[in-house]
Design a protein around this ligand. Sequence first.
Ligand SMILES: Nc1ncnc2c1ncn2[C@@H]1O[C@H](COP(=O)(O)OP(=O)(O)OP(=O)(O)O)[C@@H](O)[C@H]1O
Ligand SMILES: [Mg+2]
Length: 498
Amino acid sequence: MATYHKVIGIDLGTTYSVVAAYNFEKQDVMVIPNRQNEHTTPSVVYINPSGEISVGRSAKEKQQRDPEGVLIEVKRLMGEQDEAGVKKMVVVRNKQYHPELISACILKELKACAERMIGEPVHDAVITVPAYFKESQKNATREAAKIAKLNPRLINEPTAAAVAYGLDSDEVQSFIVYDFGGGTFDVSIVRIENENTVEVVGIGGDANLGGGDIDEMLTQWFFGKMQAQYGSDFSNDKRLRGKARLEAEKVKINLCNDSETKVQEFVIANPVEGIEEACFSISLEEFERIIQDTLEKTLVQVQVALDSAQKNHEVTLEDVEAIILVGGSSKIPAVAKQLQARFNKPIKSNLNPDEIVAIGAARMAKNYEPSQAAVIKDDEELKPAEGVAAIGGGELDSTNIKDVVSHTLGIGLYGDLYDPLSLRTKSSRVGSVAMGIRLPRTTRPAFILLFIRAKTRRHPLISTSAKWLSAACGLSQRAFTGSKSRLRSMAMACFTGR
Ligand SMILES: Nc1ncnc2c1ncn2[C@@H]1O[C@H](COP(=O)(O)OP(=O)(O)OP(=O)(O)O)[C@@H](O)[C@H]1O
Ligand SMILES: [Mg+2]
């Protein structure tokens, strides 16, 4: 038997990605190091002038010498369209690339690291996505995986974080998952009912707030110091900016990691012609002062998530057991301090916040049998039809952990269009499990039925309406007149292909 389970877990982050797998000897999930023997790999791709591609640290370092060829934060573009409905593309040296292709380069690199460690080809991965990802974004992630020759299963990042802690008890427990990453800040209220039900009951966050913004603030601070010392504004110098951003991140991490040395030097050799070295000291105290407004924004979003959990699921701060820290930026010492002061809950940070999500994904991955090949068994099923919001693709089959969306659920029509269903009944919280099933392609055009299983009653409900069916099947609404039960049976007939 191979030492590692061959279904791997991948945290495909905006700025850093991590791969992990279950190790049978250690009987635990292990993070798999990359070629540089690091646990986190920058989600950065570099394309050189002749079109050759490199990924990770070497690509990130190209920011200093050839920033034009460097692609960062491609996750932000995945499955996105501009206002005119045109798919957002990545542009490098005047060439356009599909974001999926760039993400696939990162996935290929992680897969290669895993294969090197496992000693065998890997064909399957559990890949994490933010809880707020729309279907188009999830589809783009699936596409990227398939380009990288990986059969994908997707789970929510906060769910993976909770799974990483193996949080299960006989009692219902709720946690705040505070994920402050490189490009985004996400906070989720996660309720764990038993080992089989992990539910996201409230979310908040800011898709444009992360460690990168903090690096930018430090970079600005550096240019301010330069101006004060040399009397000129150098902030438009692209190369110096690239160098300063890299130095800013290093200084930030050193300040946060080493709480003993509370002062760091921000050093850049030959910043501009005529200056041999720029060197300025910064203390942790000053650093935390610079970023205080940013931290405050995250605390406000924690309250937003709590409010939504209370409103929609009657989960309150009193129900919260602890706060789970996720994401590299949550290692800033002020984060834990301020969270504790504001919400008065214990902080869980014994697992490395950078690695938690991948660890949770790998724990989930252990539940799956590896495939024989990266050939998708039912190609038709996994190949997203144009413009169709697709759930499925395998992530909802045999898992024993039910991942739940916190959004209102509905029936997916074309693109991001969907008609909402109410999830809650008067009596209690219902709809803990959402499962999506793609119709056979022969049922033209394909659409999704969401099955909402009430926790209290075991039978599934299929909800539908004439409006949805007519839109989905391209027929007039009149074709679908009739009672709700007739509509349901028509939906069921469509679903089963009969
Ligand atoms: N010790 C540290 N102190 C402060 N910041 C850190 C530390 N270690 C890493 N970071 C920062 O954490 C960020 C990366 O975090 P992480 O890997 O969780 O992000 P990500 O998953 O790529 O992003 P996202 O969750 O937004 O998709 C970077 O901005 C990095 O500089
Ligand atoms: Mg992350």
